[in-house]
Design a protein around this ligand. Structure first.
Ligand SMILES: [Zn+2]
Length: 230
């Protein structure tokens, strides 16, 4: 059954133009991040790819939350959660500078109790901040805004999707097709998980996230110099 499905996908995938397309995920803003991005796409629908990736992000985010809740590690400190959410809420409206669709993303912000110094924002805007980051580095609001702004910027630039395409350009096309037609969502999950949590961002992507993050923080009224002190 499985091999037949793969043959079908391979045949169908081969019949469709799977390849790279230059896309512009964001506008330049004041910081002018304007590198054209090569995204693996499957005609006819760039939007379809975006929807599937955001859908997979939402599923995996729900899993992360569920796992944390079972360990009592989800939003354990109400004050800390409120602080992180308040900062994120000031940053989010500023995303309109870079993308028209971003302010309407179905965002969520959680704090995970963990010693890890970590934070991330998934495609589509779902955010996690680890308590280790806040506590071990004793971050000020300005510094926290710089970190969250940086992570939001990765999502605005769709760097995860870019990594998915780089890691497996043809596989991404096939998995998106599989997800659209309900035959291969698991493959999409693997590819997304790899790109989101395992594969590193390129230096170039980090620089883009730094620049956009600084602008988001500054526009939200935070001191952009905090990014430097980090
Ligand atoms: Zn980064």
């Amino acid at each position: 059954m499985r091999s037949r499905r793969l043959h079908w996908l391979a045949a169908f995938g081969a019949a469709l133009p799977v390849g790279c397309q230059t896309v512009q995920t964001t506008r330049g803003g004041a910081v002018a991040v304007d590198r054209p991005q090569q995204m693996s796409v499957l005609a006819p629908s760039e939007v379809q790819v975006q929807v599937q990736v955001q859908g997979e992000a939402a599923r995996q985010y729900a899993q992360v939350k569920q796992g944390a809740a079972q360990k009592g590690a989800l939003n354990r400190d109400a004050k800390q959660t409120e602080r992180v959410r308040a900062i994120a809420q000031k940053l989010i409206p500023q995303t309109a500078v870079f993308r028209d669709d971003a302010p309407a993303w179905k965002r969520e912000v959680v704090v995970l109790t963990s010693p890890q110094i970590n934070a991330w924002c998934m495609p589509g805007g779902k955010i996690a901040v680890y308590s280790g980051l806040i506590e071990k580095l004793q971050l000020t609001d300005d510094e926290l805004a710089a970190v969250i702004g940086h992570e939001i910027a990765h999502a605005l630039r769709e760097h995860t999707r870019e990594r998915m395409g780089r890691a497996a350009p043809v596989q991404l096309g096939a998995t998106i097709l599989g997800a659209v037609y309900g035959t291969g969502a698991g493959d999409l999950g693997n590819l997304f998980g790899q790109a989101m949590f395992v594969l590193p961002n390129s230096r170039e992507n980090e620089q883009e996230a730094d620049r956009i993050g600084v602008e988001l923080a500054a526009r939200a009224g935070y001191d952009p110099r905090a990014a430097v002190t980090l």
